[in-house]
Design a protein around this ligand. Structure first.
Ligand code: NAD
Ligand code: TYD
Length: 339
């Protein structure tokens, strides 16, 4: 058996990856290490929870007593665990530093003493490049992160690289664009707007709505990571992008159209401070390893709308009953509409 440690596997992308990898690689034993923060949900792992090829460990990646033995027992580490929401990082950045930077440091230190480790996949993000007004980011571009989330991720990205360059830890780094699909926490724009539309609640569109994101279906992301595990070169960075550049206002129109809801639900609100205008990735390097995105954006978005419509029992307790989420929503959006 190949021993695979997945950090953050109870979150959105991590849980999609754990479920996909569990079905795809019959010779993998996967251990999920997750702190179960507000974004980590055990129900995301229901499908593998009773499998003899999956083990769940509740713990903090920044706690070496828990994390180090798991890293040292692994053949492959796929490190997703992070604080991930830009707006929350603007409200309060401390957890981003602790988890995204220090947590990654703890894992990398453990990786130096891991006898069988052959891959440490650092899951980074296209946001480390900062705003890209024109053209497409290539892996060698300068990093210009502009908010506490992307700055923390850039720190982790380069720290991981330094452990390859300095200690020969078998690090590969992936930088994916904005993901969408099932099980995404309803603070991110697509699930927030779908679930608000279901409830007939306004969709708070930041600024002029002309910011561009390059949407990647989470299944295509999982396959991209798998290709990097098999064929990536240590010390290298690989962009993973869907090639679907969409303005936020157009995304919002499409969601409402798909759902048969009126466009009058759109509520322009005050912009996000330091709002990156555009992200766009050049993915030729990963395509050179045999990967290409397969999910057309329209079909993927329609399937995502269906998933949230069919899985109210997943998101409604978060949006309607979770006091912490309600407090976050009030702080984030309460005064925004007036601005
Ligand atoms: P998420 O917020 O849905 O999930 C994060 C998971 O990490 C949760 O299960 C949470 O409980 C866990 N976690 C947080 N702090 C932890 C800690 N200290 N110890 C252990 N577990 C902890 O995030 P996501 O959207 O699935 O993103 C996963 C990774 O992919 C992150 O590294 C993120 O930066 C990166 N990424 C995300 C996107 C995107 O569009 N969502 C795009 C590119 C890269
Ligand atoms: P988000 O899903 O938070 O991802 P990221 O900031 O990591 O790209 O936001 C995606 C885009 O949607 C971004 O340009 C900000 C915008 N947005 C809104 O207009 N309204 C919202 O309520 C949210 C959460 C995001």
């Amino acid at each position: 058996m190949i021993t695979v440690l997945v950090t953050g596997g109870a979150g959105f992308i991590g849980s999609n990856f754990v479920r996909w990898a569990h079905d795809t690689h019959q010779d993998w034993h996967i251990t999920t290490l997750d702190k179960l923060t507000y974004a980590g949900r055990l129900e995301n792992l229901e499908a593998v929870m009773h499998s003899p090829r999956h083990t769940f460990v509740k713990g903090d990646i920044a706690d070496a007593a828990v994390a180090a033995p798991l890293v040292q027992d692994a053949d492959i580490v796929v490190h997703f665990a992070a604080e991930t929401h830009v707006d929350r990082s603007i409200q309060s950045a401390a957890d981003f530093l602790t988890t995204d930077v220090i947590g990654t440091f703890v894992l990398l230190e453990a990786a130096r003493q891991a006898p069988r480790l052959r891959r440490f996949v650092q899951i980074s993000t296209d946001e480390v490049y900062g705003s890209v007004p024109t053209g497409h980011s290539v892996e060698t571009d300068e990093l210009r992160p502009r908010n506490p989330y992307s700055a923390s991720k850039a720190g982790a990205d380069r720290l991981a690289y330094s452990y390859w360059a300095t200690y020969n830890v078998p690090v590969v780094i992936t930088r994916a664009s904005n993901n969408y699909g099932p099980n995404q926490f309803p603070e991110k724009v697509i699930p927030l707007f779908i679930t608000n539309a279901i409830d007939g609640v306004p969709l708070p569109l930041y600024g002029d709505g002309l910011n561009v994101r390059d949407w990647l279906h989470v299944d295509d992301h999982c396959r991209g990571i798998d290709v990097v595990i098999d064929h990536g070169v240590n010390g290298e960075v690989y962009n993973i992008g869907g090639g679907n550049e969409v303005k936020n206002v157009d995304l919002t129109h499409r969601i409402l159209e798909l759902m048969g809801r009126p466009q009058t639900l759109i509520r322009p609100v005050a912009d996000r401070p330091g709002h990156d205008r555009r992200y766009a990735l050049d993915t030729r390097k990963l395509q050179g390893l045999g990967w290409a995105p397969t999910v057309p954006f329209d079909a993927g978005l329609a399937a995502t709308v269906r998933w949230y419509t069919d899985h109210e029992s997943w998101w409604r307790p978060i949006k309607d009953q979770d006091a912490a989420f309600k407090a976050y929503y009030a702080a984030q959006y309460g005064n925004r509409a007036k601005a």
